[in-house]
Design a protein around this ligand. Sequence first.
Ligand code: GDP
Ligand code: MG
Length: 666
Amino acid sequence: MKGWQLADVGFNYDVVAVFGSQSTGKSTLLNRLFGTKFDVMSETERRQTTKGIWMSKGKDMPVLVMDVEGTDGRERGEDQDFERKSALFSMAVAEVLLVNIWEHQVGLYQGANMGLLKTVFEVNLGLFLAAKQKGKARGDSQDKTLLLFVIRDHIGATPLANLRATLTADLNRLWDGLSKPEGLESSRIDDFFDLDFVTLPHKLLQPELFEEQVADLRKRFSTGAGSGAGAGAGGSSVFQSKYHKRIPADGISTYMGTIWDAVVSNKDLDLPTQQELLAQFRCGELAAAAFATFSALVAAFPPALPAGQVDSSLGARMAEAKQAALAAYDAAASRYHPAVYARQRAELATKVHGALLPLFATQLKSLHKGTLRAFRVEVEDALRGDGYDFARVVRDARTRAEGTFEEEAARVVLEESGWSAEEERVALGEDMDSVAELLRKEETRKMVAVIERNIKRQMAETVELALDSPSADMWDKVLSAFKAALAKAEEAYVRKATSFNCTDDEVKAALSLLRRRAWIALRSKLDEQTAEAALLNKLRLVFEDKFRYDADGVPRVWKPEDDIDTIFRKAKDSVLELIPLYAHIKPSNEANAFELPSESSSSSSSMGTSGLVDPAAAAADDEFDFAQSLQLLTPSAQASLSARFRRETDAYYTEAKRSMVSSTAQ
Ligand code: GDP
Ligand code: MG
């Protein structure tokens, strides 16, 4: 079939065979009708030349021509069996069977091979036609076979019409006499066969007329293969679509092989089933070939990009490879049994999709990763700038990321693959949410840290000033300054927090944290200022002020009349009185008091989940007790301080006494 360029013609070919006695000019006729070169017995030898069944291709016509060994068995001895089989085979596979008979044999039951024809009809009916009938009941297309009787050596005395009537009557009689399978008892010959008749003059006696009429007959075979349309001169085209067996050209060898097997083994052959089997076989082969083509294309894909890098052309390449596979399959397989063709096509598509699925999945993962990274970079870049609106920055970056994802995902979701990027899309959305959340918390944390630092800086000077010159309203000054700074910080925070899409709870938590950390910052400044050495220094300065300088701030020069003892005691006592003032943060005016709720561990762990505090700080906060934080010096610290202070002042007293003695001595 390949050599004849018929393998790819689909249904566009026809099959014709010949049936008839030995040496009745069958090969001669075929050669003239189809331009074939079957062996012809030389005029002088009269010896059988054709052995078995020969097949050739019509010259310049897509016709398979089968020349069948003679049917009278004269030269094959008693091997009638082969003749029966070859006739049966021809009848099953050919669209048109040329039945070659001499004119003088018409009406002679034996001579016209009617005996063999009867047997062949009978077996044919059992083997194939009954099955065909079942197929017809199932709605399968019904094909008939054309029996074209070629009456040779027609002298012309009996007109064709009479010969036709005689032969038709003979055939009907023969059909009636057949033993028919169940269900086909009332069938008629024209249920399965169309009958047609032509005559040809004697080749040797009327050679010119013979050639002329053969040429006319040839025209009836040369109209389009399988078309059934149009008619050549001298009658309608013999190749009509109703005769076509609907076996695609590339499956014909398999098909004929199976028919031959059935003929040889004389087994029932369910033709429609046979067509399905053939379709399964051929479609399977075609699908495998198509898949191989596809695999080769996929193997030639450029190497995959590193994870996170999206290959925008992958989808097109996958679609192309898939299309190539299906097109290759469709080209040949679409001619086979429609249901089988469709089923195997779906299987092929499934297999192709299965092979491409890992590429699809990897691409989606990369897309997810790459998009998420781009999203993060975009948000982080924006956060590096000034005056950004966090919520908007995130929203814009997200819209862009989603757009990229949709666009790239659409490229790789192949049609009818049943694939979906939905799961990955949702996962990406969640990842972007958590990245945004993380960045937001980090930003909030940074903001709180900046605010906290500002408060600390602002408070440092106020605290030092206030504590260096202690007075009754010392804490009023510290606390009111602290409260003012805190109020400003809170305002700054709230202003920024709105752009961070913070929930009310989160704002509340952040503010509470801010307050606490500000307070702790203040406390640490106060701790530093009230550490024993620092405080001792402050007390010493206050004492010196009172003891070594007079009311006008002029350094005293001790004179004998000065009451050193009283001045010393007064100064010392007034300074000692300051220790309890330093010991507790306690404003003189209640209105200046500052208060924080003391946090228990459980409520401070909810602070922890807000993500604003690092775990260490959260743990430290666990022990936070506001009331306790108001105490700067414990009673024992106060006692120790006052003891050290007394010791130091004793030195001042001794020194003053000594200086007075020395001035007196002068
Ligand atoms: P086949 O055995 O049926 O294939 O017959 P062949 O084609 O080999 O021809 C057998 C012999 O019959 C040859 O010598 C042919 O020349 C001769 N022959 C062919 N056509 C005709 C015909 O129409 N009439 C007669 N009488 N002889 C023919
Ligand atoms: Mg021959």
